[in-house]
Design a protein around this ligand. Structure first.
Ligand code: PMP
Length: 429
């Protein structure tokens, strides 16, 4: 809202003035209708959890340790939980000590605190293009100057990163952080190859970089493969972010940061300024869940659920998508990134898609520079395989009709989707 409609506009801090809820956010409200097959929200399939076990754990925390669970805790988070989280990291061979960790309200708060810790207005932060909307939201709220590095089927193009670093050096500027989601990236659905991980680690040393490694999806590889973490390769140059949102439940809002100790100390001070300490009750629930439940088996169950849905979506896409449309083929987690031909703008198409009872997230929200107008994200975690097939068939029909229209109007010279600054990006995970 601007001055003419928002009487408080002139009073806001500069960081807030550019933040707007988008028209797209309003459209997302419609996607909850049962007749719509929604590939929009990035919600995990918590219905695959053992809810009875969760109930038992939550009740036992109150019954047995209520006076601790309902009290304030310490800013860094409970040592007992941090010990458990070190075990989760060890499952991915990521080295850490409980003392390296700061517990946060999900990975999202971690991204926000890290940004607050390092980024002044106008500072350059390098991110994959496309990248996680919530990461961009955190960066935007601290007025970062985000520069994207393109991705392909094996993740961030590290040669392009090398070029960008050279260019920044020539401009006399330096990137404060390099933000990467190496495993089953949201939204691209691809992983950084092992070779590129090593090259990224080398570049971090050569260019004196700090890497922000965000890893919500590493345990969700369909084949159970574990890739080397960047933290494992260059621990002093990495601020690592984890979360239990995709392996247990996002409703407990529990994530963590593993950081070199001087950085950890600053992060604890920042988090105390924001909310004093992480919620003791949910920390204790997560702690007990990890200590008493077969969570590794649960993760395997999640993998199986997502793999089945990924296969349903990929075969439906192969069957129903018109020529000229391309998409990524994920080997874990729950995202597919699609590119459509020139002449189609995915932001404009969303209202029509909702009329066709199918929803997705338009591509622009995943870039700081408003590009991505010919791209979109499909998330297959929520609908059943049958509904996925139905939704993809509807979307294929819509795209086919749009392409015929584009051909009739432009022939072979359809315009590429233009950049649109600051489309707004709230409301999707
Ligand atoms: N990073 C990425 C890449 C994500 O996809 C998400 C959730 N969608 C998060 C961080 C934050 O998740 P949470 O706050 O639930 O841990």
């Amino acid at each position: 809202m601007r001055l003419d409609t928002d009487p408080y506009f002139s009073r806001y801090a500069a960081r807030v003035q550019g933040m707007n809820a988008s028209a797209i956010r309003a459209l997302f409200a419609l996607t909850a209708r049962p007749e719509i097959v929604s590939f929009a929200g990035g919600n995990p399939a918590v219905e695959a959890l053992d809810l009875e076990a969760a109930e038992h754990v939550a009740a036992a925390v109150i019954r047995e340790t209520g006076t601790v669970a309902l009290q304030y805790g310490i800013g860094q988070g409970r040592p007992e939980l941090r010990e458990q989280l070190v075990e989760v990291m060890a499952h991915e061979h990521v080295p850490a000590h409980a003392d390296d960790l700061v517990v946060t309200a999900g990975g999202q708060q971690a991204l926000e605190l890290i940004t607050k810790c390092f980024v002044d207005p106008g500072d350059v932060v390098i991110a994959e293009g496309p990248t996680y909307v919530g990461g961009l939201g955190a960066l935007a709220s601290h007025q970062a100057d985000v520069r994207h590095v393109p991705m392909d089927a094996t993740g961030m193009q590290v040669d392009a990163l090398d070029d960008l670093l050279g260019q920044l050096q020539a401009e006399g500027r330096r990137a404060k952080l390099v933000y990467t989601i190496p495993n089953h990236q949201n939204p691209a659905g691809v992983s950084l190859s092992v070779q590129r991980r090593h090259r990224l680690a080398e570049l971090a040393v050569e260019h004196d970089l700090l890497i922000l490694e965000d890893n919500p999806y590493g345990l969700l590889d369909f084949a159970g493969r574990i890739q080397p973490s960047i933290r494992e390769l260059v621990p002093d140059r990495v601020i690592y972010v984890g979360t239990v949102s995709k392996t247990f439940a996002p409703g407990v809002r529990t994530g963590w940061i593993a950081a070199p100790h001087p950085v950890r100390d600053k992060l604890v001070l920042l988090r105390e300024a924001a909310d004093l300490c992480p919620a003791t009750l949910t920390q204790m629930i997560v702690e007990r869940w990890l200590a008493s439940q077969p969570w590794r088996e649960q993760v395997k169950r999640f993998r199986g659920v997502y793999q089945e849905k990924a296969e349903a979506m990929l075969s439906a896409l192969d069957e129903h998508m018109p020529e000229g449309v391309s998409w990524t083929r994920p080997s874990g987690a729950f995202y597919i990134w699609m590119t459509v031909p020139d002449g189609i703008d995915t932001s404009d198409l969303l209202a029509k898609a909702i009329n066709h009872r199918v929803a997705y997230v338009p591509g622009r929200g995943f870039y700081a520079d408003g590009s991505g107008g010919n791209q979109l994200r499909l998330c297959f975690s929520q609908p059943s395989p049958e509904r996925i097939a139905e939704g993809v068939a509807r979307f294929g029909e819509l795209l086919q009709a749009e392409l015929e229209l584009v051909r009739a109007v432009y022939g072979a010279n359809a315009p590429a989707a233009a950049s649109r600054p600051n489309e707004g990006r709230g409301g999707v995970g």
